[in-house]
Design a protein around this ligand. Sequence first.
Ligand code: SAM
Length: 312
Amino acid sequence: MTATCARGQPLVDVFREAAGRMGSRSSAWWLVEAITGAARTDAVSDPARIVPPGECRRIAEAIARVGSGEPLQYVLGSWGFRRLDLICDRRALIPRPETETLVEVALRELSALGASAGEVPARGATVVADLGTGTGAVALSLSAESASLLAGLDVQVLATDLDSGALALARENLACLARGDPAAAARVALLEGSWYGAVPSLYEGSLSLIVSNPPYVSEMEWSELDPEVRNFEPLAALVAGPEGTEAIEEIVTGASRFLRTGGRLAVEIAPHQARTVAATAVAAGLVDVRIEKDLCGRDRVLVAGLAGVRRD
Ligand SMILES: C[S@@+](CC[C@H](N)C(=O)[O-])C[C@H]1O[C@@H](n2cnc3c(N)ncnc32)[C@H](O)[C@@H]1O
């Protein structure tokens, strides 16, 4: 970082300098913590701790990348999502806080299915499809969290993506999950293809939950996004088409073919799309259509279901 860096530099100075250069104390801490392994409290409890020259150099390089507009998450190479630390790079969208709400809603829907004994399949697994999995954020979280929340339900997750690069990244994240929670990882299958085209036909009429955070930006909106997003995150993960609702419509209209009776659908949307996509769900014959809000109080998740109770 500075000239003294040749001999290493005290942690507290490294942090101060990083915050000054980045113009953000929280970003500076993410970066310093990720590279040095130091906790924020170490700057107070162990202010003389020396950051070795190699780490100082890596911090300086990382600050330069962030300064050139690259998202911090890609520079760090990993990012937290719910309980997971996911590998992040340009092959897939950076998982967003809004999508943590999508997972929350999906878990609630699964939980409600579990509580409603008449709607739980008498045999076999509760199969969930995460369409457009990217890093695997949604699929891996659902598998990892459903085990404790839904004891007794054998949840299997099909995680799909059209993009082979994104799927390769999801596979790396799945391998990380397997090291900490092998049972959760074993419940996830990765499949390549376009939306329902990736889901084997044997699952028609048998999915308990379809969940998706599809691209939902219009071509026009894309040109107004932050350069940090436009220049680094995959176009195919963001833009759906001229309207922005094209992918959501495909997922909503195809849902009744793959859901079992009583099955549920949860799709992330942009707040301004709420009315349109709710109408699409009603027109597609889905029931119990509603919109859930994110933590900022904005319309964020379309929820709907397939009518009927399975009789065995
Ligand atoms: C908004 S990103 C969401 C990624 C991840 N689920 C998340 O929430 O962080 C949308 C994902 O959909 C994928 N995708 C785009 N078009 C697709 C299609 N036709 N079929 C399947 N996946 C598609 C993209 O490659 C991208 O990974």
